[in-house]
Design a protein around this ligand. Sequence first.
Ligand SMILES: *Cc1c(COP(=O)(O)O)cnc(C)c1O
Length: 247
Amino acid sequence: MDQLVEQNLKTVRQQMELACIASGRHMDDVKLLLATKTVPLDKLHQAIQAGEALFGENKAQELRDKFPLMQQHKQVEWHFIGHLQTNKVKDVVKYVTLIHSVDRLKLGQALHQQLTKENKSMDILVQINTSYEESKFGASPETALELVEQLCQFDTLKIKGLMTIGKLNATSEETRDCFRLLKKVQAQIKDRNYPQVEMDTLSMGMSGDFKVAIEEGATIIRVGTSVFGQRYLPDSYYWNENMRGDD
Ligand SMILES: *Cc1c(COP(=O)(O)O)cnc(C)c1O
């Protein structure tokens, strides 16, 4: 069997540990989420065999494709990390335990409607565009507080924290600024003491910048390429501004 995924996982976990030690944090306080967009099932199997149990998908269709695998491995938890269109809410709510990418009121509304129908609640993170890049989804840091306040009206949504994609192809200091900004927004929201809002989860850091993210307080890092290798589809397919427009 191909050992590459297992080896890569070892390397990533070692790097995580070093970053934790360097910043005086505990390994248990940082979760590794494997970003599995475009990754074939056999590689997912290898990750599960190696003991991994937290995966993140970007598209409802890909979640659906992986449903048999989910049935087979009940211990595995799935999160949604991609741009979520309101017409896909139903599928996503069915499969995942945490949605990282709630970035607008309309999406909150659609989620609330569906969850109410199903008599369920859902843990969510609010996605913030800390790099101010046009191509990224997420609420602006300036409107984050207002959005959280508006989302509070939906009692089916349990707000657990914030998510961001750091500036890509940037220096580590520029990326660090993104993560610090997310932390600052977190503090501002915490200060308000909104009932039912917890702000303990910070989802930030990817293959290129997870060490910096851990140093800056990430509690979930989302790693794809470092574990599974290069993807055959460019990320613009998943988070380009061309995908805007459903609402
Ligand atoms: C693909 C993706 C990741 C992982 O990116 P890598 O650079 O491959 O580690 C993390 N977060 C989101 C939202 C993604 O879409």
